[in-house]
Design a protein around this ligand. Structure first.
Ligand code: NAG
Ligand code: NAG
Ligand code: NAG
Length: 333
């Protein structure tokens, strides 16, 4: 029998083994990597009925399903500007679609990983944006636990975003800008979309990157380092690959030659997954990019003391001003 010391020793060996093997396991099983990146199996809050946005206090939101590919449905919410809430009662999809032709601009919101379009911090943001007079359109990527079909992939998420963009563009007033708001992993999807979409976006579209994940490789690396906080895993062999260089990785540098849109980056400090310095680099690259010259490029950092962290920028009392300043117009409300 082992003495106490022996037991402790054995336990330490087991822990050490687990600790050392985690990065190898993650590296060797890409499906685990994909799950860690997309966190699509996380559904918070679990019990909400996505067919009933009213349960989340959204009384002017319509739930619908679109098919980016034959047989693949994804769930979408369309929230009309809050001042239309009375008109919106008991209205069907046709009425909601008809509202796109009003003078109110549309914000396409690309959410981050984990959870669904009904997540609370997202819902709170839709409320703020709709109260400022914008339509907010948001959807769950394929494979997002919730009610969208399919399984998640970088390519799939991007084509879902492109599909929704086109769907909106076909319904909106041609002269109105479309604002694309990417949050967290959604900024990766956005940048990825741009790479493909660059020739299709209209010149008036404007982009907001919120809590951007910086170059995806960096982000994934820090993700993994949270799991295993050692420096030896930072060798390139351990780079995650589900989002790879054809898409979001390295996007900071490949992106800018193509960007000819006004761009703002909102960042709350003390965000665990991003590094301010990588973002500042991104920003300084953007501000020097020739394709962006003549365009507005903003970087807004919220002090850590406000504790907005990764999800709570909607609480900022400055947000309406930041937006109207960026969008260059009074809010339509
Ligand atoms: C419906 O939503 C609007 C905008 O959020 C709000 O001002 C209004 O009080 C809500 N109405 C009801 C009956 O809850
Ligand atoms: C982008 O910013 C520039 C410079 O501030 C401004 O003149 C232009 O109107 C903005 N573009 C749009 C589409 O608002
Ligand atoms: C990574 O990129 C290569 C091309 O560069 C592509 O063939 C491959 O499918 C991509 N992998 C994923 C998981 O997207």
């Amino acid at each position: 029998r082992l003495g106490l010391l022996g037991k402790i020793k054995r336990m330490m060996m087991v822990l050490l083994f687990v600790y050392v093997s985690i990065p190898f396991i993650i590296k060797l099983f890409p499906s685990i990597q994909a799950k860690l990146v997309f966190l699509n199996f996380v559904r918070v809050p679990y019990f909400i009925d996505l067919k009933r946005p009213l349960d989340q206090g959204l009384n002017h939101t319509h739930n619908l399903y679109l098919e980016p590919e034959a047989g693949l449905k994804i769930g979408v919410w369309h929230t009309v500007p809050a001042q239309m809430w009375r008109d919106a009662q008991d209205k069907d999809g046709n009425w909601y679609r008809s509202t796109f032709s009003s003078a109110h601009p549309v914000i396409l919101y690309l959410h981050g990983n984990a959870g669904t379009r009904g997540g609370d911090h997202r819902v709170q943001l839709y409320k703020v944006l709709s109260s400022l007079g914008y339509h907010v359109v948001t959807f769950d990527y394929r494979g997002q636990r919730g009610d969208s079909d399919g399984s998640p992939s970088e390519r799939g998420m991007t084509s879902d975003a492109l599909f929704i963009y086109d769907w909106l563009r076909q319904r909106m007033e041609k002269t109105l800008p479309l604002y694309i708001w990417g949050h967290s992993l959604g900024t990766g999807v956005l940048q990825n979309s741009i790479h493909t979409l660059v020739l299709n976006l209209t010149p008036d579209d404007q982009l907001l990157l919120v809590g951007p994940t910086a170059p995806c490789g960096t982000r994934l690396r820090s993700h993994k380092e949270q799991l295993v906080p050692t420096s030896w895993t930072s060798s390139d062999w351990f780079r995650f690959s589900p989002l790879n260089s054809s898409g979001s990785a390295g996007v900071d540098t490949i992106l800018f030659p193509y960007l000819t849109y006004n761009l703002t980056v909102l960042h709350a400090e003390a965000v665990p997954l991003t590094s301010s310095s990588a973002l500042l680099q991104l920003y300084s690259l953007a501000s020097r990019s020739s394709s962006l010259s003549g365009h507005k490029v903003q970087f807004v950092a919220f002090p850590a003391a406000l504790a907005f962290r990764h999800k709570f920028i909607y609480r900022s009392l400055e947000l309406p001003n930041i937006l109207s300043d960026f969008l260059g117009a009074a809010h339509p409300a």
